[in-house]
Design a protein around this ligand. Structure first.
Ligand SMILES: [Zn+2]
Length: 438
């Protein structure tokens, strides 16, 4: 259990030899430095992206001159620039809030207040987690509101009414509480009751929970937000079924989802595993693509399965979280971990909820720098899925489908190459089309 004894705290304040004090200072310094470095890097990359897109706004790239209208190209440029600018504002705000929680003492004060009110125990720990989630959610609210009702609205993507938005918020908060609170309580209990190997048990439970979520999401949670009706178009159904058979796939069902209820963005996905596996087409996708193009898009998704991208992603998520839990298991017992991040640990009461929150807050600041590695593998997988789709269906169909989707989503055709390397999970259209036709 993450209990801190008085000696650990005293060593923070004692003179010679200062082991914990120096470690906590090192952590404070490293944390502030990583946060600042991340901000600077992001500002630099985004300003490159904004400049690059603005410079190419005047003309459709020659390779697309026949297929993309100048007006669509310019809309994509404006949308990209608007989002990049807003992203920077969001980033700055996020950094300020993070500093507020950590080094400026927000989390520590919240913890002390709840401790004074509820005493130390499971109730206080759960209250701390819940209060943190609630406050963070409230702080994020204006950001999501602006994104949906100003930015997406301005570019004609938002189809949500304020009423639907509010209903979504209530539903997801309720689900979050119903699903999240028991699992949080279970993990906190394990942290306190299963000894110094608690993190291994907690990791097992966390992985089981994620697998369960994957299993029940398509059948129980997604239908709370959208209507799923079986695909009715017989010709398309026959085509898609034939394609899946050809590729050696069995899925429980083909469904159409009313994505148009919220957004004009189009998509298709493959979801669940085992018996709950299903293919879901957004109605917005079916409205925009021909039958051959739908086939090609689905073949791309099947390509992800054939190349085991999903399994690879799940396995690497498992491995990474094992490392994360082990690290947390060690950090939670170190007084400098709390002190270095601006929190006064509890004496004589469990620090497990504090440790969890601090870890979740601090980790992204450091793990941000591996983002390009993740993005690299993601783009590699997209190329592989494209190649599979070209082999199974028609290259020209996939090319026109992709172009329609890039155009409809107002994805710029001229992103900054370095920005792409860092942030893009999908390769730019030009690179994908070039690979397909080469
Ligand atoms: Zn893909």
């Amino acid at each position: 259990m993450a209990r801190i004894v008085a000696d650990d705290i005293n060593s923070l304040a004692m003179a010679d030899p200062f082991p914990s004090l120096s470690l906590s200072l090192v952590l404070t310094f490293a944390f502030a430095l990583a946060l600042l470095a991340g901000l600077v890097l992001n500002f630099w990359l985004s300003s490159r992206q904004i400049r690059h897109v603005a410079q190419h706004r005047g003309q459709v790239p020659p390779a697309f001159a026949q297929t993309i209208l100048l007006s669509a190209h310019q809309k994509a440029a404006d949308y990209t620039i608007t989002k990049a600018r807003f992203g920077l504002l969001e980033l700055t705000l996020g950094a300020a809030v993070l500093l507020g929680w950590t080094l400026l003492g927000g989390l520590s004060s919240l913890n002390q207040a709840l401790l004074g009110w509820l005493g130390g125990g499971m109730g206080q720990q759960i209250a701390l987690l819940a209060a943190f989630v609630l406050i963070s959610g409230l702080i994020d609210l204006p950001v999501t509101l602006y994104q949906t009702f100003v930015i997406e609205e301005r570019f004609g993507f938002n189809k949500m009414t304020p009423k639907l938005w509010l209903l979504d918020l209530l539903k997801s908060s309720l689900i979050g509480a119903v699903v999240g609170l028991p699992i949080a309580a279970l993990i906190l209990w394990m942290m306190g009751a299963t000894g110094s190997w608690w993190w291994l048990w907690a990791w097992g439970v966390w992985m089981g929970f994620n697998l369960l979520l994957l299993l029940i999401y398509p059948t129980f949670i997604a239908p709370l937000f959208n209507k799923f009706v079986p695909l009715e178009d017989e010709t398309l159904k026959a085509r898609v079924t034939a394609l899946m058979k050809r590729c050696g796939f069995a899925a429980k069902g083909l469904f159409v989802m009313d994505g148009s209820k919220r957004s004009a963005h189009a998509n298709a996905y493959f979801t669940g595993f085992g018996a709950s596996k299903r293919v879901v087409f957004y109605d917005t996708l079916l409205a925009k693509l021909s039958a051959g193009e739908v086939d090609a898009v689905l073949a791309h998704e099947l390509g992800h399965f054939k190349h085991k991208h999903i399994i690879k992603r799940i396995v690497s998520m498992f491995a990474l979280s094992l490392v994360g839990f082990a690290l947390l298991g060690w950090l939670a017992t170190q007084a400098w971990f709390y002190a270095g991040l601006g929190v006064q640990p509890n004496l004589g009461a469990p620090n497990d909820a504090l440790a969890l929150l601090l870890f979740m807050l601090a980790l992204p600041v450091f793990s941000f720098f591996i983002a390009p590695v993740m993005a690299h593998f993601s783009r590699k997988h997209e190329f592989e899925a494209d190649a599979y789709a070209v082999r199974q269906t028609s290259g020209p169909d996939l090319a026109t489908a992709l172009l329609k989707l890039y155009e409809d989503n107002a994805s710029t055709l001229t992103p900054d190459p370095l920005y792409v390397k860092f942030h893009y999970s999908h390769p730019p259209a030009s690179e994908r089309l070039a690979r397909m036709t080469s």
